[in-house]
Design a binder for this molecule. Structure first.
Ligand SMILES: Nc1ncnc2c1ncn2[C@@H]1O[C@H](COP(=O)(O)OP(=O)(O)OP(=O)(O)O)[C@@H](O)[C@H]1O
Ligand SMILES: [Mg+2]
Length: 250
């Protein structure tokens, strides 16, 4: 049985300008420890698909099962990291990272240990008592990843987590995310506009076609890690993805 099974999922939105079919007949499964990317043009339904898996959109057609159970609501078993960090400005980094275990019945020392462990995992030691406004964009995204991991999710959903960062910070955090994925053995689904990011990190890349969002193709990235962004094999996959997205060189 797959960890995540998405079966014939369609999602329509009603808006003032009429109905929009954001996703149509999407089927996809994910195994434990897989890293799957989702790419596609703006508005093709990437965030909608992630939100459905996260249980943030309860009404849809088809079926989504996670660990054998139907997904209808959000849960700590599926951590989500968004493009903006969404940390609480009035809480310290430690308090933000520990928010998911705040109410947990486990002993306070165990909760503190989990928070410290995840702060260390993302390299934010020394900033435990800082407030979000005192950190850089890259550090805030690290804190958001630590917060998601503190809940010990079985799956991490990432919606353009590095989209707002500069190019160097982005490369750095991509390397960090790969390290975390390798160390934590946690499957991840990454929505991104950045093809290089997807090829660097993912085992498989799902290309969604727009209006309505359908799976156009799935590209396997069968390259050893860490991946060399300048290798001919890497560049060939980039070319293939560009062609799939309609940006091929004529
Ligand atoms: N709450 C909503 N109400 C109405 N329409 C919506 C809603 N959310 C998304 N849509 C529509 O569904 C389609 C898919 O949106 P979605 O945000 O999933 O795209 P996306 O691929 O994530 O785009 P981007 O790359 O710009 O983030 C779009 O046409 C969008 O307008
Ligand atoms: Mg989006």
């Amino acid at each position: 049985m797959s960890l995540l099974a998405i079966e014939n999922v369609s999602k329509r939105f009603q808006s003032s300008s009429g109905a929009v079919t954001a996703l149509e007949n999407v089927s996809l499964s994910l195994d434990a420890n897989e890293f799957v990317g989702i790419v596609g043009r703006s508005g093709c339904g990437k965030s909608t698909l992630l939100r459905l898996i996260g249980g943030l959109e309860p009404a849809f057609d088809g079926r989504i099962r996670f660990e054998g159970h139907d997904v209808k609501t959000p849960g700590l078993d599926r951590g989500i990291v968004f493009q903006e960090h969404r940390l609480f400005p009035w809480l310290t980094i430690s308090q933000n990272v520990g928010i998911s275990v705040h109410e947990a019945p486990s002993p306070a020392a165990e909760k503190r240990r989990r928070v410290a462990e995840n702060i260390a995992l993302v390299g934010l030691e020394g900033f435990e008592d800082a407030f979000p406004h005192q950190l850089s964009g890259g550090m805030l995204q690290r804190a958001a990843i630590a917060r998601a991991l503190t809940a010990r999710p079985q799956l991490l959903l990432l919606d353009e987590p590095f989209g707002a960062l500069d190019a160097f910070n982005k490369i750095y955090l991509q390397q960090e995310l790969q390290r975390i994925w390798t160390q934590q053995n946690i499957p991840m689904i990454l929505v991104t506009h950045d093809l290089e990011e997807a090829i660097f990190l993912c085992d498989r890349i799902v290309v969604l076609s727009p209006r309505p969002g359908r799976i156009q193709t799935i590209v396997n990235v069968d390259l050893p890690r860490p991946r060399d962004r300048t290798s001919p094999a890497f560049t060939a996959i980039r070319k293939q993805l560009l062609e799939e997205l309609g940006f091929g060189v004529a």
